[in-house]
Ligand binder design. Structure first.
Ligand code: D6G
Length: 842
């Protein structure tokens, strides 16, 4: 394999990375050396690669400081409506390169480090991912922060500073094993602790009802210590704040009341209290009703609301001082967006503050609360919906339970007045679910307590209105909206695929980076031979680079001319990695049967984490690795088919895989994937999609043109019809010989000779208990894959379709998504105006 061009040489040519002025470079070198000396306390004889990374990070961070201070000052001066995005997850990944991209420092830093004899890309590899998320929901929050800053919104991300993010996945003998993600071990140069803004958060206790109101007493207090992380906009001098709370036991913890005398034990018990922010729950699309998780949810909400109310009440800058006491203007100054139901307690907590602390009448407080809050739903899977047992609530948050009861009493009154005598409807719409164990339905709480409820792709928003939230839609149709998800083109194009960004910029200029719809202009170049060649060349370079990475990592020889067929996302039955497996096995069997045919070579890569407690997902990983063991060592197959499990898939690995993909697998059962955002990343980077009519795939087909995407399988209507008549897997198994062969191989130990019944649970599920109807889409999927193979044999046709995809991906910029949230939910106006650049102190 020929070695790709040196990164330094290649990237120097790329103007989207910012200009490397001589003065700039000299300054950066000076500051780098200064940080190595004063911040790291090292000289070059003893410095490690990590020291150099930290020195560079601090050097770049210096360029944020003035802009950050200035931006936050301007919010106090101008007093705009502020947007609060509350989320239990912010899946940020790395920060260094993104900061350089948004501040136009990348080429200058590259040149400076080069002149210092260092390789910037090697240094970047030393940065830990901030893995404070599971998958799409957390990464969406991260993309939104970038867009909110780039669109000049006075916005804040609020979340938890987990000491341990999503676990690191190791593959050991084909099995997933989890390792703790100790991401803060070496320190985090991107955060600033703000102990001066510490807030108390109360738990447990009881309520007292007095004539002047309710008091929540005898509580346990935990402190919330904020860490601020700068969020730079794209080249507009704006730097917003993501504030992450860390749990801290108060100094008198356990020393006041009960444990008098046992000082040592009291100090040891502080750990218990501080466990609140210890670790991210590693479930994606799955609700696990653990008390510690409920504590986390209240912790972030209670701390955040204190900040929100403080900024609302008093805004002081220089001589200008605003003091507000009239809460009726809260919705004019504050918008709170709930990222799924995880921060749903913001609703009863805001009511508690307004009614109990601020002494507002209930009706007034409720009106303010509804106007301020909005809720985004992310899934219709029933196992993912949060339903907290009442007894847990009663113990941990007794006052909030009372408030929820009162919200529900009034809500039920309204339902019964609108639908007199419809008892069944009342039962369906109640916030309190009866039955064995009484539970609070958090989605219902969010709908009732918000003025806007949105799904995350058009099809998903329609499904919400037609099924899960039908009753609520009938009662309050004006609340329901759609906001199709998006991704930031800064990280997911300019940063991860500078070669493609440059080839585009050469044709249409750089404005598309802020206004992604301009990619439409590329349709004019779809027959331009030079452009087709350039796009294909960049793809080939990206593939070579990824192949080098894989060979180093997995010791597998990759055929860089094979089709890179990639499915990366959390492992879940509904995402149907098993359908992909069935295609791999079928393709393998076909090659074996007719080894002399001109088979389109494929390298099929699957990556993703399984929730540690999700047995089937872990077995799916084991099956993928088992298939790889057989296929990859079969001399008959050679380099025409390779199966690779991409270990420890995370933001950073996505940044390498996405630009290298030819084919993107988006194959969930129609009606199950709310939106997807990985699908958009691949599209923007010039991969073709094979997918079902699910989530945002539907809108991608619309934007790229149906001819430019491989759509197969059942539509939502077909799935519903099948549910009505009953899905019978054996029908397909008996009718389709290649499917039967594949299943028989899995069941008979062909891929697990030492343990023939290893996959019996998977086979049983597929044959008898498959909620996601894998077999029903098998035949059409295989046929569609044949079309993919045929097209791949015509590279120019393939690239043209890729160009149509890139040209059509403008809609999927998170800038578009955020502009719609801003105008249609938050009542604020986005702007591309720049803040004046600060005079950085030298
Ligand atoms: C960030 C940057 C810092 C600013 C602070 C404001 O830490 O310059 O003073 O935010 O915090 P609030 O007063 O808005 O909470």
């Amino acid at each position: 394999m020929s070695k790709p061009l040196s990164d330094h040489e290649r990237k120097k040519q790329i103007s989207v990375r910012g200009l490397a002025g001589v003065e700039n470079v000299a300054d950066l070198k000076k500051n780098f050396n200064r940080h190595l000396h004063f911040t790291l306390v090292k000289d070059r004889n003893v410095s490690t690669k990590r020291d150099y990374y930290f020195a560079l990070a601090h050097t770049v961070r210096d360029h944020l400081v003035g802009r950050w201070i200035r931006t936050q000052q301007s919010y106090y001066e101008k007093d705009p409506k502020r947007v609060y995005y509350i989320s239990l997850e912010f899946y940020m990944g790395r920060t260094l390169q993104n900061t350089m991209v948004n501040l136009a420092l990348e080429n200058a830093c590259d040149e400076a480090t080069y002149q210092l004899g260092l390789d910037m890309e090697e240094l970047q590899e030393m940065e830990e991912d901030a893995g404070l998320g599971n998958g799409g929901l957390g990464r969406l929050a991260a993309c939104f922060l970038d867009s909110m800053a780039s669109l000049g919104l006075a916005a804040y991300g609020y979340g938890i500073r987990y000491e341990f993010g999503i676990f690191n996945q190791k593959i050991d003998n084909g099995w997933q094993v989890e390792e703790a993600d100790d991401w803060l071990r070496y320190g985090n140069p991107w955060e600033k602790a703000r102990p001066e803004y510490m807030r108390p958060v109360h738990f447990y206790g009881r309520t007292e009802h007095h004539p002047d109101g309710v008091r929540w007493v005898d509580t346990q207090v935990i402190l919330a210590l904020p860490y601020d992380v700068p969020v730079p906009g794209y080249r507009n001098n704006i730097v917003n704040t993501m504030r992450l709370w860390s749990a801290k036991a108060p100094c008198d913890f356990n020393l006041k009341d009960f444990n008098v005398g046992d000082y040592i034990q009291a100090v040891l018990d502080r750990n218990q209290a501080e466990n609140i922010s210890r670790v991210l729950y590693p479930n994606d699309n799955f609700f696990e009703g653990k008390e510690l998780r409920l504590k986390q949810e209240y912790f972030v909400v209670a701390a955040t609301l204190q900040d929100i109310i403080r900024r609302f009440k008093a805004s002081k800058f220089g001589t200008r001082e605003i003091v507000r006491t009239d809460f009726s203007t809260l919705p004019d100054k504050v918008a709170i967006q709930l990222n799924d139901t995880h921060p749903a307690l913001a609703i009863p907590e805001l009511m508690r503050i307004l009614v109990d602390d601020e002494k507002l009448p209930w009706e007034k407080a409720w009106d303010i609360c509804v106007k301020t809050c909005a809720y985004t739903n992310h899934t219709v899977l029933p196992e993912a919906l949060e339903r907290w047992p009442l007894d847990l609530f009663q113990t941990l948050l007794p006052r909030h339970l009372e408030i929820i009861f009162e919200i529900n009493r009034r809500h039920m009154e309204r339902v019964s007045s609108l639908y007199p005598g419809d008892v069944d409807r009342m039962r369906r719409m109640s916030l309190i679910e009866e039955g064995g164990q009484k539970r609070v339905n958090m989605a219902h709480l969010c709908i009732v307590g918000s003025h806007a409820v949105n799904g995350v792709a058009r099809i998903h928003s329609d499904i919400l209105k037609a099924t899960v939230f039908k009753d609520f839609y009938e009662m309050d149709p004006h609340k329901f909206q759609n906001k199709t998800n998006g991704i930031t083109p800064r990280r997911w194009l300019v940063m991860c695929n500078p070669g493609l960004a440059e080839v585009i910029a050469e044709r249409i200029g750089e404005d598309f980076i802020r206004d992604l719809d301009q990619l439409q202009k590329l349709r004019n170049f779809v027959n331009d031979e030079a452009f087709i060649r350039d796009v294909a060349k960049v793809k080939q370079e990206n593939k070579l680079k990824f192949a080098v990475h894989l060979e180093e990592h997995y010791k597998v020889k990759i055929n860089p001319n094979s089709m890179f067929d990639i499915q990366v996302k959390r492992i879940h039955e509904y995402k149907r990695q098993l359908l992909n497996c069935l295609h791999i096995i079928t393709y393998y069997n076909r090659i074996k049967k007719d080894p002399n045919k001109q088979w389109t070579p494929r390298t099929i890569m699957i990556g993703g984490k399984a929730a540690p407690g999700y047995h089937t997902a872990k077995m799916i990983i084991r099956l993928i690795t088992a298939i790889g063991e057989v296929v990859n060592h079969d001399p008959v197959v050679g380099d025409r088919l390779k199966v690779i499990f991409l270990e420890n898939y995370r933001v950073t690995l996505a940044e390498k895989a996405v630009p290298a993909a030819d084919l993107s697998e988006q194959i969930s059962t129609a009606g199950t994937e709310a939106s997807g955002t990985g699908n958009m990343k691949f599209m923007l980077n010039g991969a073709l999609t094979i997918g079902t009519m699910d989530g945002a795939n539907v809108e991608m087909a619309e934007e790229a043109g149906e001819d430019n995407i491989f759509i197969f399988g059942m539509r939502v209507e077909d799935v519903d019809a099948m549910d009505a008549r009953g899905y019978n897997a054996s029908e397909y198994y008996n009718r389709l010989p290649e499917l039967k062969q594949a299943i028989d191989q899995i069941a008979g130990g062909f891929f697990s000779p030492k343990q023939p019944d290893l996959f019996k649970d998977i086979v049983n599920m597929l044959m008898h208990n498959d909620r996601f109807k894998v077999f029903a889409d098998y035949e059409d999927y295989i046929k569609c894959q044949e079309k993919v193979n045929a097209l791949y044999k015509k590279p120019k046709e393939w690239t043209k379709k890729a160009i149509y995809n890139i040209a059509g991906s403008g809609k999927f910029s998170s800038d578009r998504t955020i502009s719609q949230y801003a105008r249609e939910i938050w009542g604020v106006e986005p702007t591309l105006e720049k803040l004046a650049a600060p005079d950085d102190p030298k």
